[in-house]
Design a protein around this ligand. Structure first.
Ligand code: ZN
Length: 81
């Protein structure tokens, strides 16, 4: 694996396996165990073109996803007073 520089902040992009959220046609899906480069300074994520393609495939098959997580969704307008 090569070590890349972040194109936004010149931080170091580290190869990791992480849970990522992935936006596809207006839906966000969360995928675990994705190989992804993450900038150690600003947190920008870099997907391999191959990985990105796979994520799109996964998103298309999202009806087959068995596990669902729920998370709190705060309403900024309600709470930021
Ligand atoms: Zn960065």
């Amino acid at each position: 694996m090569t070590t890349d520089m972040c194109e936004y902040c010149n931080g170091t992009v580290e190869e990791k396996v992480a849970q990522v959220d992935f936006k596809y046609k207006g839906h966000i899906i969360y995928v675990k165990n994705v190989p992804v480069g993450i900038c150690n300074k600003c947190g920008e994520r870099y997907f391999d073109a191959k990985v990105y393609k796979k994520l799109e495939e996964i998103a298309r098959k999202k009806d087959k996803i068995k596990n669902k997580i729920s998370f709190p969704l705060a309403n900024y307008e309600e709470l930021a007073v």
